[in-house]
Design a protein around this ligand. Sequence first.
Ligand SMILES: *Cc1c(COP(=O)(O)O)cnc(C)c1O
Length: 499
Amino acid sequence: MPQANAVISRISPVAISPDEFRRAGHGLVDRVAEFLELLPASPITRGESPSAIREAMDAARPLPHEGAPTTDLLDRAATLLFDHSLFNGHPRFWGYVTSSPAPIGILGDFLASAVNANCGAWFLSPMASEIEAQTVRWIAEMLGYPTDCGGLFVSGGNMANMVCFLAARAAKAGSDIRTRGVGGARLRAYCSSETHTWIQKAADISGLGTDSIRWIPADEEFRMDIEVLRARILEDIETGEKPFLVIANAGTVSTGAVDPLGRLAALCREFDLWLHIDGAYGALAAVAPDSAALFVGLSEADSIAVDPHKWLYAPLEAGCALVRDVSSLRGAFAYHPPYYHFGVEAINYFDLGPQNSRGFRALKVWLALQQVGRDGYAQMISDDIRHSRAMYECVAENPELEALSQGLSITTFRYVPLDLDRMDSNVANYLNDLNRELLTRLQRGGEAYLSNAIIGGKYALRACIVNFRTTLQDVKELLPLVVRLGKELDGEMRPTIRT
Ligand SMILES: *Cc1c(COP(=O)(O)O)cnc(C)c1O
Protein backbone atom coordinates (compact mmCIF):
# COMPACT_ATOMS: atom_id res chain seq x y z
CA MET A 1 0.00 0.00 0.00
CA PRO A 2 1.99 2.94 -1.30
CA GLN A 3 -0.11 5.53 0.56
CA ALA A 4 0.69 4.06 3.99
CA ASN A 5 4.35 3.91 3.01
CA ALA A 6 4.29 7.54 2.07
CA VAL A 7 3.02 8.39 5.55
CA ILE A 8 5.60 6.22 7.29
CA SER A 9 8.48 7.68 5.36
CA ARG A 10 7.47 11.31 5.76
CA ILE A 11 10.42 13.51 6.69
CA SER A 12 9.41 16.39 8.96
CA PRO A 13 12.26 18.78 9.61
CA VAL A 14 10.95 19.57 13.10
CA ALA A 15 10.82 15.96 14.31
CA ILE A 16 13.85 14.57 16.14
CA SER A 17 14.65 11.04 17.24
CA PRO A 18 14.13 9.97 20.86
CA ASP A 19 17.89 9.63 21.25
CA GLU A 20 18.57 13.11 19.96
CA PHE A 21 15.84 14.44 22.26
CA ARG A 22 17.52 12.78 25.25
CA ARG A 23 20.94 14.16 24.35
CA ALA A 24 19.65 17.69 23.78
CA GLY A 25 17.47 17.60 26.90
CA HIS A 26 20.12 16.25 29.24
CA GLY A 27 22.61 18.79 27.92
CA LEU A 28 20.16 21.60 28.55
CA VAL A 29 19.28 20.39 32.05
CA ASP A 30 22.99 20.33 32.92
CA ARG A 31 23.41 23.89 31.73
CA VAL A 32 20.36 25.13 33.66
CA ALA A 33 21.55 23.35 36.82
CA GLU A 34 24.94 25.03 36.51
CA PHE A 35 23.30 28.40 35.86
CA LEU A 36 21.22 28.06 39.05
CA GLU A 37 24.28 27.04 41.02
CA LEU A 38 26.36 30.04 39.87
CA LEU A 39 23.53 32.58 40.08
CA PRO A 40 24.18 33.97 43.61
CA ALA A 41 27.80 34.78 42.71
CA SER A 42 26.94 36.29 39.29
CA PRO A 43 25.95 39.90 38.56
CA ILE A 44 22.17 40.50 38.47
CA THR A 45 22.65 42.29 35.16
CA ARG A 46 25.55 43.53 33.10
CA GLY A 47 23.65 46.70 32.30
CA GLU A 48 24.39 46.39 28.56
CA SER A 49 22.93 48.75 25.98
CA PRO A 50 20.28 47.62 23.47
CA SER A 51 22.90 47.83 20.70
CA ALA A 52 25.30 45.56 22.61
CA ILE A 53 22.52 43.01 23.07
CA ARG A 54 21.58 43.16 19.40
CA GLU A 55 25.17 42.72 18.40
CA ALA A 56 25.63 39.70 20.68
CA MET A 57 22.67 37.90 19.09
CA ASP A 58 23.34 39.07 15.54
CA ALA A 59 19.97 40.80 15.29
CA ALA A 60 20.29 41.82 11.64
CA ARG A 61 20.79 38.34 10.21
CA PRO A 62 17.94 37.13 7.97
CA LEU A 63 15.81 34.08 8.72
CA PRO A 64 17.85 31.00 7.74
CA HIS A 65 16.52 28.96 4.83
CA GLU A 66 17.93 25.72 6.13
CA GLY A 67 17.68 24.19 9.54
CA ALA A 68 20.37 23.64 12.18
CA PRO A 69 20.98 20.90 14.79
CA THR A 70 18.81 21.04 17.92
CA THR A 71 21.66 20.61 20.41
CA ASP A 72 23.70 23.46 18.94
CA LEU A 73 20.72 25.80 18.91
CA LEU A 74 19.78 25.12 22.53
CA ASP A 75 23.37 25.53 23.58
CA ARG A 76 23.69 28.84 21.81
CA ALA A 77 20.36 30.11 23.17
CA ALA A 78 21.40 29.16 26.72
CA THR A 79 24.71 31.00 26.33
CA LEU A 80 23.03 34.12 24.97
CA LEU A 81 20.43 34.18 27.74
CA PHE A 82 22.79 33.32 30.60
CA ASP A 83 25.27 35.99 29.47
CA HIS A 84 22.89 38.83 28.64
CA SER A 85 19.83 38.67 30.91
CA LEU A 86 18.63 40.35 34.06
CA PHE A 87 18.15 37.66 36.70
CA ASN A 88 15.18 38.04 39.02
CA GLY A 89 16.23 34.74 40.60
CA HIS A 90 19.31 36.45 42.09
CA PRO A 91 19.23 36.70 45.92
CA ARG A 92 19.58 40.50 45.77
CA PHE A 93 16.91 41.16 43.15
CA TRP A 94 14.20 43.25 44.86
CA GLY A 95 12.72 45.30 42.04
CA TYR A 96 9.00 45.70 41.23
CA VAL A 97 7.09 42.63 42.40
CA THR A 98 8.98 39.97 40.54
CA SER A 99 9.94 36.70 42.14
CA SER A 100 12.61 34.07 41.82
CA PRO A 101 11.29 31.06 39.90
CA ALA A 102 10.90 27.82 41.88
CA PRO A 103 13.13 25.10 40.36
CA ILE A 104 10.23 22.64 40.34
CA GLY A 105 8.27 25.18 38.30
CA ILE A 106 11.00 25.29 35.67
CA LEU A 107 10.64 21.53 35.26
CA GLY A 108 6.85 21.75 35.44
CA ASP A 109 6.75 24.05 32.41
CA PHE A 110 8.85 21.54 30.50
CA LEU A 111 6.42 18.75 31.30
CA ALA A 112 3.40 20.94 30.49
CA SER A 113 4.84 21.68 27.04
CA ALA A 114 5.48 18.00 26.40
CA VAL A 115 1.86 17.03 27.03
CA ASN A 116 0.66 20.27 25.38
CA ALA A 117 -2.80 19.98 26.92
CA ASN A 118 -5.29 22.51 25.58
CA CYS A 119 -6.95 23.65 28.79
CA GLY A 120 -9.73 25.46 26.92
CA ALA A 121 -12.01 22.42 27.12
CA TRP A 122 -12.13 19.57 29.64
CA PHE A 123 -12.44 17.04 26.84
CA LEU A 124 -9.11 18.19 25.38
CA SER A 125 -7.30 18.26 28.71
CA PRO A 126 -9.02 15.93 31.18
CA MET A 127 -6.19 15.59 33.69
CA ALA A 128 -4.81 19.09 33.15
CA SER A 129 -8.23 20.72 33.63
CA GLU A 130 -8.76 18.82 36.88
CA ILE A 131 -5.26 19.80 38.05
CA GLU A 132 -6.10 23.43 37.29
CA ALA A 133 -9.37 23.13 39.24
CA GLN A 134 -7.56 21.61 42.21
CA THR A 135 -4.88 24.29 42.12
CA VAL A 136 -7.56 26.99 42.12
CA ARG A 137 -9.20 25.32 45.15
CA TRP A 138 -5.87 25.11 46.98
CA ILE A 139 -5.11 28.77 46.36
CA ALA A 140 -8.57 29.70 47.64
CA GLU A 141 -7.91 27.51 50.69
CA MET A 142 -4.61 29.30 51.38
CA LEU A 143 -6.42 32.63 51.31
CA GLY A 144 -9.30 31.47 53.48
CA TYR A 145 -11.67 32.01 50.53
CA PRO A 146 -14.58 29.60 49.88
CA THR A 147 -13.11 26.59 48.02
CA ASP A 148 -16.26 26.16 45.92
CA CYS A 149 -15.49 29.48 44.22
CA GLY A 150 -14.95 29.76 40.48
CA GLY A 151 -11.51 30.53 39.18
CA LEU A 152 -8.98 30.08 36.46
CA PHE A 153 -5.40 30.73 35.50
CA VAL A 154 -4.50 33.66 33.29
CA SER A 155 -1.22 35.32 32.35
CA GLY A 156 -0.73 37.47 35.43
CA GLY A 157 -2.15 40.00 37.86
CA ASN A 158 -3.34 42.43 35.21
CA MET A 159 -5.40 39.82 33.41
CA ALA A 160 -6.68 38.29 36.66
CA ASN A 161 -7.91 41.72 37.77
CA MET A 162 -9.46 42.39 34.36
CA VAL A 163 -11.30 39.06 34.33
CA CYS A 164 -12.78 39.93 37.74
CA PHE A 165 -13.59 43.47 36.58
CA LEU A 166 -15.52 42.08 33.60
CA ALA A 167 -17.35 39.61 35.85
CA ALA A 168 -18.38 42.54 38.07
CA ARG A 169 -19.46 44.60 35.07
CA ALA A 170 -21.70 41.84 33.68
CA ALA A 171 -23.16 41.03 37.09
CA LYS A 172 -23.87 44.57 38.23
CA ALA A 173 -24.64 46.51 35.05
CA GLY A 174 -28.35 45.97 35.55
CA SER A 175 -28.88 45.66 31.79
CA ASP A 176 -27.63 43.25 29.18
CA ILE A 177 -24.34 45.03 28.74
CA ARG A 178 -22.78 42.12 26.85
CA THR A 179 -25.35 42.36 24.08
CA ARG A 180 -26.02 46.08 23.99
CA GLY A 181 -22.64 47.43 24.95
CA VAL A 182 -22.01 50.06 27.58
CA GLY A 183 -23.92 52.78 25.73
CA GLY A 184 -24.91 55.41 28.25
CA ALA A 185 -24.41 53.15 31.28
CA ARG A 186 -22.88 55.46 33.88
CA LEU A 187 -21.14 52.68 35.78
CA ARG A 188 -18.64 53.88 38.37
CA ALA A 189 -15.75 51.97 39.98
CA TYR A 190 -14.04 53.09 43.21
CA CYS A 191 -10.45 52.47 44.22
CA SER A 192 -7.69 54.13 46.20
CA SER A 193 -5.13 56.41 44.62
CA GLU A 194 -2.57 53.65 45.31
CA THR A 195 -4.21 51.20 42.88
CA HIS A 196 -2.11 49.59 40.13
CA THR A 197 -2.53 50.76 36.50
CA TRP A 198 -4.49 47.64 35.53
CA ILE A 199 -7.61 49.58 36.57
CA GLN A 200 -7.11 52.16 33.83
CA LYS A 201 -6.59 49.44 31.25
CA ALA A 202 -9.69 47.58 32.46
CA ALA A 203 -11.90 50.67 32.44
CA ASP A 204 -10.57 51.57 29.02
CA ILE A 205 -10.86 48.25 27.19
CA SER A 206 -14.16 47.33 28.85
CA GLY A 207 -15.69 50.40 27.22
CA LEU A 208 -16.47 52.18 30.49
CA GLY A 209 -13.64 54.66 30.00
CA THR A 210 -11.16 55.89 32.58
CA ASP A 211 -13.54 58.68 33.66
CA SER A 212 -15.63 55.93 35.26
CA ILE A 213 -12.89 55.45 37.87
CA ARG A 214 -13.37 57.31 41.15
CA TRP A 215 -9.95 57.73 42.75
CA ILE A 216 -10.31 57.80 46.52
CA PRO A 217 -7.46 59.34 48.52
CA ALA A 218 -5.39 57.16 50.84
CA ASP A 219 -4.61 57.90 54.50
CA GLU A 220 -1.10 58.37 55.87
CA GLU A 221 -0.70 54.59 55.89
CA PHE A 222 -1.62 54.42 52.20
CA ARG A 223 -5.03 52.76 52.82
CA MET A 224 -8.28 53.87 51.20
CA ASP A 225 -10.12 56.52 53.18
CA ILE A 226 -13.52 54.91 53.78
CA GLU A 227 -15.32 58.10 54.77
CA VAL A 228 -14.35 59.77 51.52
CA LEU A 229 -15.40 56.63 49.67
CA ARG A 230 -18.83 56.63 51.29
CA ALA A 231 -19.34 60.33 50.55
CA ARG A 232 -18.34 59.84 46.91
CA ILE A 233 -20.71 56.89 46.43
CA LEU A 234 -23.59 58.90 47.90
CA GLU A 235 -22.76 61.87 45.73
CA ASP A 236 -22.70 59.71 42.59
CA ILE A 237 -26.01 58.06 43.43
CA GLU A 238 -27.45 61.54 43.96
CA THR A 239 -26.41 62.65 40.48
CA GLY A 240 -27.72 59.52 38.76
CA GLU A 241 -24.44 57.65 38.28
CA LYS A 242 -24.36 53.91 38.92
CA PRO A 243 -21.75 52.70 41.40
CA PHE A 244 -21.05 49.01 40.74
CA LEU A 245 -17.60 48.09 42.00
CA VAL A 246 -15.18 48.81 44.84
CA ILE A 247 -11.59 47.67 44.40
CA ALA A 248 -9.64 47.01 47.56
CA ASN A 249 -5.89 46.52 47.58
CA ALA A 250 -4.43 43.66 49.58
CA GLY A 251 -0.85 44.75 49.19
CA THR A 252 -0.35 47.93 47.12
CA VAL A 253 2.57 47.85 44.71
CA SER A 254 4.30 50.93 46.11
CA THR A 255 4.20 50.30 49.84
CA GLY A 256 2.46 46.96 50.53
CA ALA A 257 -0.56 48.64 52.17
CA VAL A 258 -3.67 46.53 52.79
CA ASP A 259 -7.00 48.39 52.64
CA PRO A 260 -9.47 47.79 55.53
CA LEU A 261 -11.09 44.76 53.92
CA GLY A 262 -13.74 44.01 56.55
CA ARG A 263 -15.06 47.57 56.58
CA LEU A 264 -15.05 47.72 52.78
CA ALA A 265 -17.00 44.45 52.65
CA ALA A 266 -19.64 45.90 54.99
CA LEU A 267 -19.89 49.06 52.90
CA CYS A 268 -20.28 47.02 49.69
CA ARG A 269 -23.09 45.03 51.28
CA GLU A 270 -24.82 48.23 52.34
CA PHE A 271 -24.80 49.65 48.79
CA ASP A 272 -25.05 46.32 46.94
CA LEU A 273 -21.68 46.79 45.23
CA TRP A 274 -19.24 44.18 43.98
CA LEU A 275 -16.13 43.97 46.16
CA HIS A 276 -13.01 43.03 44.23
CA ILE A 277 -9.67 42.57 45.97
CA ASP A 278 -6.44 43.13 44.08
CA GLY A 279 -4.30 40.65 45.96
CA ALA A 280 -1.87 40.13 43.08
CA TYR A 281 1.09 40.84 45.29
CA GLY A 282 -0.06 40.57 48.86
CA ALA A 283 -3.08 38.29 49.34
CA LEU A 284 -0.99 35.17 49.86
CA ALA A 285 0.53 36.76 52.97
CA ALA A 286 -2.76 35.66 54.55
CA VAL A 287 -0.98 32.32 55.22
CA ALA A 288 1.74 34.01 57.27
CA PRO A 289 0.61 33.97 60.93
CA ASP A 290 2.07 37.43 61.61
CA SER A 291 0.14 39.09 58.80
CA ALA A 292 -3.12 37.11 58.86
CA ALA A 293 -4.95 39.83 60.84
CA LEU A 294 -4.62 42.25 57.91
CA PHE A 295 -6.68 39.95 55.72
CA VAL A 296 -9.77 39.53 57.90
CA GLY A 297 -12.71 40.26 55.60
CA LEU A 298 -10.98 38.93 52.49
CA SER A 299 -13.30 35.92 52.45
CA GLU A 300 -16.27 38.24 51.88
CA ALA A 301 -15.02 39.54 48.52
CA ASP A 302 -16.92 38.81 45.32
CA SER A 303 -13.63 38.30 43.51
CA ILE A 304 -9.90 38.25 44.15
CA ALA A 305 -6.89 38.47 41.83
CA VAL A 306 -3.79 36.56 42.94
CA ASP A 307 -0.45 36.23 41.21
CA PRO A 308 1.19 32.81 41.61
CA HIS A 309 4.20 34.17 39.72
CA LYS A 310 4.83 36.40 42.73
CA TRP A 311 4.62 34.78 46.18
CA LEU A 312 4.04 31.21 45.00
CA TYR A 313 7.31 31.50 43.08
CA ALA A 314 5.90 30.14 39.81
CA PRO A 315 8.02 31.02 36.78
CA LEU A 316 6.27 33.61 34.58
CA GLU A 317 3.45 33.55 33.62
CA ALA A 318 0.79 32.62 36.16
CA GLY A 319 -2.05 34.80 37.40
CA CYS A 320 -5.22 33.51 39.02
CA ALA A 321 -8.70 35.03 39.10
CA LEU A 322 -11.06 33.82 41.84
CA VAL A 323 -14.77 34.63 41.77
CA ARG A 324 -17.08 33.71 44.63
CA ASP A 325 -19.82 32.44 42.35
CA VAL A 326 -18.62 30.57 39.28
CA SER A 327 -21.81 31.51 37.42
CA SER A 328 -20.64 35.12 37.33
CA LEU A 329 -17.63 34.05 35.26
CA ARG A 330 -19.95 32.23 32.87
CA GLY A 331 -22.20 35.29 32.99
CA ALA A 332 -19.32 37.40 31.75
CA PHE A 333 -17.62 35.14 29.21
CA ALA A 334 -19.64 32.13 27.97
CA TYR A 335 -20.87 31.82 24.39
CA HIS A 336 -21.84 28.59 22.73
CA PRO A 337 -21.12 28.62 19.01
CA PRO A 338 -22.33 25.66 16.92
CA TYR A 339 -18.83 24.32 16.25
CA TYR A 340 -18.29 23.49 19.93
CA HIS A 341 -19.47 20.05 20.93
CA PHE A 342 -18.02 19.35 24.34
CA GLY A 343 -20.71 17.18 25.86
CA VAL A 344 -18.89 16.28 29.07
CA GLU A 345 -20.36 17.56 32.31
CA ALA A 346 -17.19 19.16 33.54
CA ILE A 347 -15.38 22.44 33.64
CA ASN A 348 -14.65 23.99 30.25
CA TYR A 349 -12.33 26.89 30.89
CA PHE A 350 -13.10 28.66 27.61
CA ASP A 351 -16.48 29.43 29.25
CA LEU A 352 -14.89 31.13 32.26
CA GLY A 353 -12.50 33.60 30.70
CA PRO A 354 -11.51 35.47 27.55
CA GLN A 355 -9.09 32.84 26.19
CA ASN A 356 -10.00 30.02 23.84
CA SER A 357 -7.00 27.69 23.47
CA ARG A 358 -5.22 27.78 26.80
CA GLY A 359 -1.86 26.47 27.97
CA PHE A 360 -1.34 24.50 31.16
CA ARG A 361 -0.19 27.25 33.51
CA ALA A 362 -1.48 25.50 36.61
CA LEU A 363 0.98 22.58 36.54
CA LYS A 364 4.04 24.48 37.79
CA VAL A 365 1.94 25.95 40.61
CA TRP A 366 0.33 22.62 41.51
CA LEU A 367 3.75 20.99 41.75
CA ALA A 368 5.26 23.75 43.90
CA LEU A 369 2.25 23.80 46.25
CA GLN A 370 2.84 20.11 46.97
CA GLN A 371 6.62 20.31 47.11
CA VAL A 372 6.45 23.08 49.71
CA GLY A 373 3.07 22.63 51.39
CA ARG A 374 1.08 25.30 53.14
CA ASP A 375 3.55 25.47 56.02
CA GLY A 376 6.49 25.88 53.67
CA TYR A 377 4.82 28.86 52.00
CA ALA A 378 3.87 30.37 55.36
CA GLN A 379 7.52 30.14 56.38
CA MET A 380 8.93 31.57 53.13
CA ILE A 381 6.50 34.49 53.03
CA SER A 382 7.10 35.22 56.74
CA ASP A 383 10.85 35.19 56.09
CA ASP A 384 10.47 37.71 53.25
CA ILE A 385 8.42 40.00 55.50
CA ARG A 386 10.91 39.59 58.37
CA HIS A 387 13.82 40.45 56.08
CA SER A 388 12.01 43.52 54.81
CA ARG A 389 11.37 44.72 58.37
CA ALA A 390 15.03 44.12 59.20
CA MET A 391 15.97 46.26 56.20
CA TYR A 392 13.70 49.04 57.43
CA GLU A 393 15.24 48.92 60.89
CA CYS A 394 18.79 49.02 59.54
CA VAL A 395 17.86 51.97 57.32
CA ALA A 396 16.30 53.79 60.28
CA GLU A 397 19.52 53.40 62.26
CA ASN A 398 21.69 54.76 59.45
CA PRO A 399 22.10 58.57 59.65
CA GLU A 400 22.74 58.83 55.89
CA LEU A 401 19.48 57.10 54.98
CA GLU A 402 15.88 58.14 55.54
CA ALA A 403 13.37 55.34 56.14
CA LEU A 404 10.06 56.14 54.42
CA SER A 405 7.70 53.17 54.63
CA GLN A 406 7.42 49.49 55.47
CA GLY A 407 4.47 47.23 54.59
CA LEU A 408 4.35 43.45 53.96
CA SER A 409 7.74 42.82 52.29
CA ILE A 410 8.24 46.33 50.85
CA THR A 411 10.59 48.90 52.38
CA THR A 412 11.13 52.36 50.90
CA PHE A 413 13.88 54.79 51.82
CA ARG A 414 16.27 57.31 50.33
CA TYR A 415 19.80 58.57 50.61
CA VAL A 416 20.26 61.99 52.25
CA PRO A 417 23.78 63.47 52.49
CA LEU A 418 24.67 64.21 56.12
CA ASP A 419 25.20 67.93 55.59
CA LEU A 420 21.84 68.52 53.91
CA ASP A 421 18.70 69.39 55.83
CA ARG A 422 16.05 66.98 54.54
CA MET A 423 13.29 69.33 55.79
CA ASP A 424 14.58 72.25 53.72
CA SER A 425 12.28 72.67 50.72
CA ASN A 426 15.17 73.98 48.62
CA VAL A 427 16.97 70.66 48.81
CA ALA A 428 13.83 68.63 48.01
CA ASN A 429 14.36 68.69 44.25
CA TYR A 430 18.02 67.92 44.61
CA LEU A 431 17.30 64.89 46.79
CA ASN A 432 14.81 63.60 44.24
CA ASP A 433 17.34 63.97 41.42
CA LEU A 434 20.10 62.45 43.50
CA ASN A 435 18.07 59.37 44.41
CA ARG A 436 16.84 58.95 40.84
CA GLU A 437 20.44 58.87 39.61
CA LEU A 438 21.42 56.62 42.49
CA LEU A 439 18.77 54.10 41.45
CA THR A 440 19.98 54.15 37.85
CA ARG A 441 23.57 53.55 38.93
CA LEU A 442 22.54 50.79 41.34
CA GLN A 443 20.43 49.04 38.69
CA ARG A 444 23.26 49.14 36.13
CA GLY A 445 25.85 47.95 38.63
CA GLY A 446 24.36 44.48 39.00
CA GLU A 447 25.14 44.04 42.73
CA ALA A 448 21.60 44.62 44.02
CA TYR A 449 18.40 45.59 42.24
CA LEU A 450 15.74 47.98 43.56
CA SER A 451 12.96 49.94 41.87
CA ASN A 452 11.37 53.23 42.89
CA ALA A 453 8.27 54.72 44.48
CA ILE A 454 7.07 58.24 45.19
CA ILE A 455 6.32 58.55 48.89
CA GLY A 456 4.72 61.85 49.92
CA GLY A 457 6.35 63.59 46.96
CA LYS A 458 9.77 62.11 47.72
CA TYR A 459 11.58 59.97 45.16
CA ALA A 460 12.24 56.76 47.08
CA LEU A 461 14.26 53.62 46.55
CA ARG A 462 11.97 50.64 46.94
CA ALA A 463 12.96 47.08 47.90
CA CYS A 464 10.28 44.42 47.54
CA ILE A 465 11.46 41.04 48.78
CA VAL A 466 9.57 38.28 47.00
CA ASN A 467 12.61 36.09 46.90
CA PHE A 468 13.22 32.77 48.63
CA ARG A 469 16.97 33.13 48.05
CA THR A 470 17.40 36.41 49.95
CA THR A 471 19.29 36.05 53.25
CA LEU A 472 19.67 38.54 56.09
CA GLN A 473 23.27 38.94 54.95
CA ASP A 474 22.06 40.08 51.50
CA VAL A 475 19.82 42.63 53.19
CA LYS A 476 22.65 43.97 55.33
CA GLU A 477 25.00 44.32 52.37
CA LEU A 478 22.57 46.60 50.54
CA LEU A 479 22.93 49.62 52.79
CA PRO A 480 26.69 50.26 52.56
CA LEU A 481 26.34 49.84 48.80
CA VAL A 482 23.58 52.49 48.63
CA VAL A 483 25.55 54.88 50.85
CA ARG A 484 28.71 54.41 48.77
CA LEU A 485 26.87 55.13 45.49
CA GLY A 486 25.02 58.04 47.12
CA LYS A 487 28.26 59.69 48.29
CA GLU A 488 29.89 59.14 44.93
CA LEU A 489 26.97 60.74 43.07
CA ASP A 490 26.59 63.60 45.53
CA GLY A 491 30.24 64.42 44.88
CA GLU A 492 29.56 64.50 41.13
CA MET A 493 26.19 66.23 41.14
CA ARG A 494 26.32 68.88 43.83
CA PRO A 495 29.03 71.06 42.29
CA THR A 496 26.99 71.34 39.07
CA ILE A 497 23.91 72.42 41.06
CA ARG A 498 25.74 75.13 42.98
CA THR A 499 27.16 76.89 39.93
C1 LIG B 1 1.96 42.81 40.08
C2 LIG B 1 0.69 43.49 40.35
C3 LIG B 1 -0.26 43.69 39.34
C4 LIG B 1 0.01 43.32 37.90
O1 LIG B 1 0.31 41.96 37.81
P1 LIG B 1 1.12 41.36 36.56
O2 LIG B 1 1.36 39.96 36.96
O3 LIG B 1 2.37 42.18 36.45
O4 LIG B 1 0.25 41.49 35.37
C5 LIG B 1 -1.46 44.27 39.69
N1 LIG B 1 -1.70 44.64 40.96
C6 LIG B 1 -0.81 44.47 41.95
C7 LIG B 1 -1.15 44.89 43.34
C8 LIG B 1 0.42 43.89 41.68
O5 LIG B 1 1.31 43.70 42.66
